[in-house]
Design a binder for this molecule. Structure first.
Ligand SMILES: Cc1cc2nc3c(=O)[nH]c(=O)nc-3n(C[C@H](O)[C@H](O)[C@H](O)COP(=O)(O)OP(=O)(O)OC[C@H]3O[C@@H](n4cnc5c(N)ncnc54)[C@H](O)[C@@H]3O)c2cc1C
Length: 453
């Protein structure tokens, strides 16, 4: 019997590859192995579910069994792949060993975790899956009201009296894209939100300073409290009904040492690097993701920030491919030509967004079906889900020399040294003009490709 093509991972990358492959090969043996339930959901919906009043179960659009039936494949859910053997073309999983003809690594990424002090440091949560969101949702909707009172002593993080903010208080670590989306969703749904970030504004890595300031203002108007130039240093359980003990001391003092707490309220006491303190109900870390590399590395595949793939999504090992958040693409530049190098190329980029997955899955399906096909990324503007200030970003490639220019209110263009537009940011009503701006960038890209082959 022919060994199947095996796909590891049931995220957007795994399932989109299945869908695209089935358009080309309706019947070849296909097996999807995934550590989670395999149910299909759109991950971006995790950061705007609250305002839409959608509970975790409502985010599942198709159950794994239905996906398996529709796409004519076998799904092994709740099954972790433990090791791959590229020479024998086998993999070992919690459900036994399997032979593969071709293997697709769609294993995603995992949240970066910072080492924090405090006896409740393990309570810090991240959200990168439906399961994570379910845990968060449970804690959010069950959180203890006792945590809403500001701390006594130290410098209170949120100086407003609790009766003005009866809702749960979530402290978000990180004012990047995901942190801002959750801040908007939580604040819009009536929760108290504090955001802590070492930079001096929200989304500074993606936005020009005035656009970042607009977002800061818009989310601030919604009730989000910003704490820039600071990081979270320690997270401890807050004791029941008593003022903070050692936690009220300055940051340089004994505050970062865990205080023995015999009884706690369920609330958390967070200490920032600048000495500020807060009682909150939940600490949500949104400081970034790191590609899942363990399987690939242990199997001897070339990895850097992601699993290194060539233009056809092939890893350094024959018959093994990767895409999605786990992959490091040969070219992260939109408009990469089909003639791009066939060998794995180091130094490319991870592209942890939905649109690159769609392009990559189409190309990979063709390759898996027998026609090696290079992925061509279109210009991929990202719509940030901050309804308080809608934003569309088409970021220039990292390291592109140039500057942001404010063309009109709510509209910025990134001009390179030849005064060509390499990216744009649109806010508010200007977001309706994304197609027009994309055409502008693409036109210039085509021109520069011709003059600088
Ligand atoms: C809150 C949030 C909001 C977002 N919003 C947007 C947005 O608005 N626009 C946008 O473009 N992008 C957005 N993104 C990013 C986008 O959702 C991701 O890039 C995309 O979903 C990644 O899909 P993936 O399949 O590569 O990885 P994942 O969804 O992480 O899937 C990985 C899969 O691999 C499985 N797996 C891992 N290791 C193993 C193993 N050893 N054995 C078996 N199975 C394994 C996991 O169980 C999982 O099924 C958002 C991300 C988050 C977290």
């Amino acid at each position: 019997m022919t060994a199947p093509t095996i796909i590891i991972g049931a995220g957007l990358a795994g399932w989109t590859t299945v869908r695209e492959l089935r358009k080309l090969e309706p019947t070849t043996p296909l097996l999807l192995i995934t550590a989670d339930s395999g149910d299909f959901y759109a991950k971006p919906s995790l950061s705007n579910a609250l305002q839409q009043k959608r509970a975790p179960a409502q985010l599942v659009t198709t159950l794994a069994a239905k996906m398996a039936e529709t796409h004519n494949l076998r799904v092994l859910a709740h099954t972790r792949v433990l090791a791959i053997d590229p020479v024998a073309r086998t993999l070992r999983s919690t459900q036994g060993e399997f032979h593969y003809r071709q293997l697709v690594l769609a294993t995603g990424a995992q949240p970066i975790r910072l080492p924090l002090a405090g006896d409740a440091a393990d309570q810090v949560q991240s959200i990168n899956s439906l399961d994570d969101f379910s845990v968060f949702y449970q804690r959010l909707t069950n959180a203890d009201q006792a945590g809403t009172a500001p701390t006594a002593g130290g410098v209170p993080l949120d100086p407003q009296p609790s009766h003005e903010h009866p809702a749960r208080h979530v402290l978000i670590m990180g004012a990047g894209l995901i942190g801002c989306e959750f801040a908007n969703d939580l604040a819009g749904a009536g929760y108290r939100v504090s955001v802590v970030d070492p930079s001096n504004g929200p989304m500074t890595a993606l936005l020009p300073a005035p656009a970042s300031a607009q977002l800061q203002q818009a989310l601030g108007d919604l009730g989000v409290r910003w704490h820039f130039g600071a990081t979270v240093k320690a997270v401890n359980w807050a004791p029941t009904g008593s003022p903070d003990p050692a936690g009220a001391a300055p940051a340089s003092g004994p505050a970062s040492r865990p205080t023995p707490v015999t009884q706690h309220s369920g609330a958390l006491q967070v200490e920032l690097s600048n000495g500020q303190l807060a009682r909150v109900d939940i600490v949500l870390s949104a400081i970034g993701l790191r590609s899942n590399l363990e399987l690939a590395q242990a199997g001897g595949l070339v990895c850097e920030r992601g699993i290194v793939v060539d233009a056809t999504l092939r890893t350094s090992s024959p018959g093994i491919y990767a895409l999605g958040d786990s992959a490091q693409y040969a070219s992260g530049l939109w408009g990469a030509t089909p003639e791009a190098a066939a060998a794995p190329v180091a130094g490319g980029r991870t592209l942890p967004y939905v649109m690159p997955i769609m392009s990559a899955a189409r190309a990979l399906a063709a390759t898996l079906a027998g026609t090696p096909t290079a992925v061509v990324f279109p210009l991929m503007p990202v719509a940030i889900k901050t309804p308080a200030l809608p934003i569309v970003v088409a970021a220039p490639a990292p390291g592109t020399p140039g500057q942001w220019h404010n063309a009109e209110p709510g509209q910025w263009q990134f001009m390179d040294e030849q005064q060509q537009v390499r990216g744009f940011v649109l806010t508010g009503k200007q977001t309706a003009r994304r197609a027009e701006h994309a055409r502008l960038v693409l036109g210039q890209r085509a021109a520069s490709t011709i003059s600088h082959p």
